[in-house]
Design a protein around this ligand. Sequence first.
Ligand code: NOJ
Length: 552
Amino acid sequence: MTIERKWWKEEVIYQIYPRSFNDSNGDGIGDIQGIIEKLDYIKNLGVDIIWLSPIYASPNDDNGYDISDYYAIHPEFGTMEEFDLLLKEIHAHGLRLIMDVVFNHSSDEHEWFEKSRASKDNPYRDYYFWKPGENGGPPNNWRSFFGGSAWEYDSTTDEYFLHLFTKKQPDLNWENPKVREEIYKVVRYWLDKGIDGFRMDVIPLISKRLEFADTPLPAFNDVVEQVYSNGPRVHEFINEMYERVLKEYDIMTVGEGPGISTKTGLDYVGHDRGELNMIFHLDHMFLGHGPRGKFDPVHYDWKDIKKIFTDWYDAMGDSGWISIFLDNHDFPRLVSRFGNDEEYRIESAKLLAMLVLTLRGTACIYQGSELGMSNVKFENIEDYRDVETHNYYKEFTESGTSHAEFLKQVHAHGRDNVRTPIQWNKEKHAGFTSGEPWIRVNPNYTEINAEDVLADEDSIYYFYRDLLSFRKREKTLIYGDWKIIPMASDDLFVYERFDANYKILVILNHSDNTHALDLNVDNYSLCFTNVSSSDKNTLLPWEARLLKSMND
Ligand code: NOJ
């Protein structure tokens, strides 16, 4: 079978978290005009598709992932006219735009929920999940992704409603055909504006197991996979959305996939399924999450990461597609998590760029990775903004974890690591805003910022740019097969992408150690390296090389 060619397999995504990208009006919050100002910067990097995290009306309990009006732009970000201009400008730059849509839940300030909660017998009651309590407590033992029960008591009608995320994010009831109609209307509204696709938030969660039985599973990741995700009607619902709306448009869809495993992946993205084009599986992102989640860490290493890449490559074969990414707005900075953000920050950031851009799948780059931005270490919990961090701070410190111990986990795993403002220059607040930023800037902005990086031709930014332009020409990197070349040391990751014409060999030393390299590469020519000088048979710490040869 030959693999199907599609623009969304060839192009590269750049994720913008608008709140933290660029503030044009001095209110401390990134905005639409701010993005428009930076389109040349994005275009010059060489990416193709902008994924915009939510910019809809929202009370911002979860920074926009709690939508109160799917048809309105949050005034903090701008107006609908400004959005239309942004879309026009994005297209004028030869770029595309995909919007982030959140249909598993809405905000509790959405009018559907306000009506739903008002009485037991109103037409909106069934837009959400309402249940009486059990033995004076919630209907079952389900826990929210952000800590505490997944049920909230509402005294108006003496019942509980379901919220898998915060209590301001009630879950929508997709069983109700009217809810689905409303959602398809929203989808069509944005597609008719001319956007190029969607990132669908937590899409495997939309079909609930309606028995709402207690779960005996102790580990949260297992609960997500076996209880919250992959419910009985999930494929029927996604397929219906495809048949009713999506298939009429030349767009791309990527589903965020908590709980989707290599066993279930193709059910969502198989080319013949009529569902989604690709998913962001989260297997490598959830690595290290212990029974109580990310702030309860367990050990993992590169062997686990490599196994996940291999398993997903095998699972997809030529029949389905995934996105390749190493961070986004929910996980730590890739260089801090997978690289060495101190001694080898530049080398390891480049190595990780090479990894993301050479595996099979649509590469996705999170804003600031191209600058080598790293995690932040605030000492005061008040400096953090993320609801997840605050909820778990309360839960962990109340159950005995010390402030210092919890902060250590936040420094490593908290979502605000990736939400500090983009560091544009050395000026006050890193040039992000002329006002007070909504979250403090990472103090390292004087060493890490776009102005410096753009002035240095050896910088991480230009490494990304050159690799991106190489990738555009080399279809072997898109459609080619993949095989791992076994190495004696676990510190090395060596693999080849190949098709009938070419072989592209990638050699990565993802460690602080120097290694001898015993590999015959006589027929290859070196296209990229991230170190200035090394001898052929030695790999320096975090050295990355890309070589190419004819396949004969
Ligand atoms: C996944 C999103 O990426 C995350 O930021 C959000 O908090 C949850 N879904 C809830 O919408």
